[in-house]
Design a binder for this molecule. Structure first.
Ligand code: SF4
Length: 347
C-alpha cells in the first residue's frame, strides 16, 4: 500500500503566538526552509499557481547609467571606490545612449527597463537628467525601474512625478548580518528609503543576496524582513553572490544550490503575489538549476548580456531554455493560456 503524506497546512507553519497573523516570524520561515525539498517545492508551486501563470516569466533589462566610483562599502560590490577591482568608473550616461539601450531591450522582448547608478544617493544636479530618462523610457511603452541609492521623501516624489514605476533598493541580508557586509549606511537607512518610495506611490523592488556568509537563520530573517514590510514589495530580486576578486567577499563560500532554490520557494510562499526575480548569479547556474528556480516560483529574470557590472546569460541561451521549458515571456500568449482560451472558445 502506498502511503501518501498528509498535505502540509501553511498555517501550521506559522506559530505566531502573540504575533499578528499577517506577520511572519523567523521561526516560521525557518520551518519552511526545513521542509523536505519536494514538499517545499510543491507548496511553492501551489501558491505560485494561485496568483500567476506558471509558464510565464517577466523580462527586465538592466543598464548601468553610472558605473563605479561609489563611496559606499558594500562588501560584495565591485563598484565601491574602496575596493581595488580594476573597474573603471564612468560618468552618468547621456540621455540618447540610455534611450538607445532601452529601445534595443524592447526589441528583444523586455517589458521593464531598469537603470542603475552607483551612488550613495542622487545629487540635486542629477535629478533633471534622471527624470528625463524616466520620461523617455516610459514613452517607449516600457515600465521603468531605477536604483540610485538612498532617497529622501522629496527625491522619491520627484521620481514619481516623472512617472517612475519601480524603485529598487535591496535590504541585502538580515539585520544581524548586515554589519559584516556594509558599514557606510545602516539597515534603518535602507528601511527609510523604502518608506519614502512607498509613500511616494512608487512600486517597491527589494530583495537580497544569498551566499554572503550568512546562516540559514539569517536568510530566514531577511525573508521575514521582506515579507513583513507593509505591504511586502511588488518585486523581490533574489541574488546569488557573484564573488568578485578585490571585494571583501571574493572568497565567500558558495551556498548549496538547493539552498538557493529553497530561498526562492520561501520568497514565493511568504510573498504570494510578488514577482520573484532570479537575479545576479544566473550565468553561473546551469539550465537544470534555473528550471528548479522557476518551479520554486521565480517568475522574472534580467534579460540581456550584462547586469550592472557582471555578465548575464546570453539572450540566445535564455531563448533556448525558455523553448525547452515551454516558458513564455510575460505579455506573450503562453501555451497554457492559449490552450485554456481555445478550450473556453470551444465550449
Ligand atoms: S551596491 Fe550600490 S551603494 Fe553599494 S557600493 Fe555598490 S554601487 Fe555603491
Amino acid at each position: 500500500m502506498t502511503t501518501v503524506a498528509a498535505p502540509i497546512s501553511l498555517s501550521s507553519l506559522r506559530p505566531a503566538q502573540g504575533v499578528p497573523e499577517s506577520r511572519w516570524t523567523v521561526a516560521a520561515i525557518e520551518a519552511l526552509y526545513d521542509l523536505p525539498f519536494m514538499d517545499l517545492l510543491f507548496r511553492a508551486q501551489q501558491v505560485h499557481r494561485q496568483h500567476f501563470n506558471p509558464n510565464e516569466v517577466q523580462l527586465s533589462t538592466l543598464l548601468s547609467i553610472k558605473t563605479g566610483g561609489c563611496a559606499e562599502d558594500c562588501g560584495y560590490c565591485p563598484q565601491s571606490s574602496q575596493f581595488d577591482t580594476g573597474l573603471e568608473a564612468s560618468k552618468l550616461l547621456p540621455l540618447d545612449e540610455v534611450l538607445q539601450a532601452a529601445s534595443a531591450a524592447k526589441a528583444q522582448g523586455a517589458t521593464r527597463f531598469c537603470m542603475g547608478a552607483a551612488w550613495r544617493s542622487p545629487k540635486p544636479r542629477d535629478m533633471p537628467h534622471i527624470t528625463a530618462m524616466i520620461d523617455g523610457v516610459r514613452r517607449m511603452g516600457l515600465q521603468t525601474c531605477m536604483t540610485l541609492g538612498m532617497l529622501d521623501d522629496q527625491q522619491a516624489r520627484q521620481l514619481k512625478d516623472a512617472g517612475l514605476d519601480y524603485y529598487n533598493h535591496n535590504l541585502d541580508t538580515s539585520p544581524d548580518h548586515y554589519g559584516a557586509v556594509i558599514s557606510t549606511r545602516t539597515y534603518q537607512d535602507r528601511l527609510d528609503t523604502l518608506e519614502h518610495v512607498r509613500e511616494a506611490g512608487i512600486n517597491v523592488c527589494c530583495g537580497g543576496i544569498v551566499g554572503m556568509g550568512e546562516t540559514r537563520t539569517q536568510r530566514a530573517s531577511l525573508m521575514a524582513q521582506l515579507a513583513n514590510l507593509e505591504p511586502y514589495p511588488e518585486s523581490v530580486p533574489i541574488n546569488n553572490l557573484v564573488p568578485v576578486p578585490g571585494t571583501p567577499l571574493a572568497d565567500a563560500e558558495p551556498v548549496d544550490p538547493f539552498e538557493f532554490v529553497r530561498t526562492i520557494a520561501v520568497a514565493r510562499i511568504t510573498m504570494p503575489t510578488t514577482v520573484v526575480r532570479l537575479s545576479a548569479g544566473r550565468e553561473q547556474m546551469d539550465d537544470t538549476l534555473q528550471a528548479l528556480c522557476f518551479a520554486a516560483g521565480a517568475n522574472s529574470i534580467f534579460y540581456g548580456d550584462r547586469l550592472l557590472t557582471t555578465t548575464n546569460p546570453q539572450v540566445q541561451r535564455d531563448q533556448r531554455l525558455f523553448q525547452r521549458l515551454g516558458l513564455k515571456p510575460q505579455g506573450e500568449r503562453s501555451q497554457a493560456s492559449s490552450s485554456a482560451a481555445s478550450a473556453a472558445s470551444a465550449a
